[in-house]
Design a protein around this ligand. Structure first.
Ligand code: HEM
Ligand SMILES: [Ca+2]
Ligand SMILES: [Ca+2]
Length: 319
């Protein structure tokens, strides 16, 4: 059990400019690349969901987390590295990669029109990544049930309303055909999809086995705007993934979906609260982790290639 000792003024003296530096770097990136904000938001989820927010997803060793197909489409890992090198010049050895990932996600939300989320800092970076099996067990597949969905986020301290709000992250970005063809060509019993929407998806993803891994469709009608359109869409049977569709039908989650669809600010408040819980659950603090010099390498092996199974990794494991 890890005590939670994050704090809102963690970098006040050690790196007072860290927030403004990250913000200004990202602003210029976002102006030229509309796909970056959704990428950072999903990167945060996929880091925090596996071993907590500890930048484990950035480690580049053999057998690390990116080998799982659940991480298909994850981008901008290298960009966190770049932000880190800028911060190393400003305040060497102070800012963790884990905190940069979470901060980049909040900047992505506010830049896209979402709420300005204040988060506490002080996460440390992990010394190891999770195994393939752990990643596959922790990262939800698009076909999970509403029961599984509720229990995943309950374990982060969220109630049902907050859980429904965090899936509102699907107001941004895209999904690849790869992740929707099984729903398109082998729909589950009771999975309701708008007829015209289904037809347009089958047009975009015409074969059960996609020709390429590159074809994608938007997550909602306004994929570069952080708004409550996602909830309006799923009510109309226009949710991309099975779980998107199912939360609009299940009696436990449908009331929150309705409320968020009607009241954008109410969604923003719930999302903010859920985001802070997701990004603070089960994190490493103080001596439980380290501050890496480069985000893709842990300190002990900064210039050695290693996997978790090597002796060096085993001896530095915090588990
Ligand atoms: C039950 C939970 C979830 C499932 C099953 C799920 C599943 C998926 C899938 C399959 C994709 C498409 C990936 C692709 O094909 O490229 C996706 C995209 C995305 N997800 Fe989730 N997701 C979940 C929760 C979340 C949460 C909690 C967040 C953030 C807080 C999030 C943020 C995103 C974003 C922003 C994208 C778009 C990424 C991009 O455009 O590059 N998701 N999700
Ligand atoms: Ca992690
Ligand atoms: Ca949207």
């Amino acid at each position: 059990i890890k005590a939670n000792q994050l704090s809102y003024n963690y970098y006040q003296f050690s790196c007072p400019k860290m927030q403004s530096i990250v913000k200004s770097e990202l602003q210029s990136l976002f102006l030229t690349d509309a796909t970056a904000p959704p990428a950072f938001l999903r990167l945060m989820f996929h880091d925090c969901q596996v071993q907590g927010c500890d930048a484990s997803i950035l480690l580049d060793y053999q057998n690390c987390e990116m080998i799982s197909s659940r991480n298909f489409g994850i981008r901008e890992r290298e960009r966190i590295n770049q932000l880190k090198s800028i911060l190393e010049e400003e305040c060497p050895g102070k800012v963790s990669c884990a905190d940069i990932i979470v901060l980049a996600a909040t900047e992505s939300v506010s830049f896209s029109g979402g709420p300005p989320i204040q988060i506490p800092f002080g996460r440390k970076d992990s010394r190891t990544c999770a195994t393939f099996k752990e990643v596959e067990a922790e990262l939800p597949s698009p076909t999970i049930t509403v029961d599984e969905f509720i229990s995943i986020f309950k374990s982060k301290g969220m109630n049902i309303e907050e859980s429904v709000s965090i899936l509102g992250a699907h107001t941004l970005g895209v999904g690849h055909c790869l992740n929707i063809v099984s729903r398109l060509y082998h729909p589950q019993l009771g999975d309701k999809m708008d007829f015209g929407f289904g037809a347009s998806l089958r047009l975009a993803c015409p074969t059960e086995i996609p020709f390429t891994n590159l074809t994608f469709v938007p997550n909602d009608f306004t994929p570069v705007t952080f708004d409550n359109q996602y909830y309006r869409d799923i009510i109309m049977g226009r949710g991309l993934f099975g779980i998107d569709s199912n939360i609009s039908a299940d009696p436990r989650t449908a009331p929150s979906v309705m409320r968020f669809a009607m009241d954008r600010n109410y969604f923003f408040e719930a999302f903010t609260s859920a985001f802070v819980k997701l990004s603070s659950a089960n994190v490493l603090t103080d001596m439980q982790g380290e501050v890496r010099k480069q985000c893709n390498l842990d300190q002990m092996n900064d210039d050695h290639y290693k996997s978790r199974d090597s002796p060096a990794a085993a001896s530095s494991s915090y588990l």
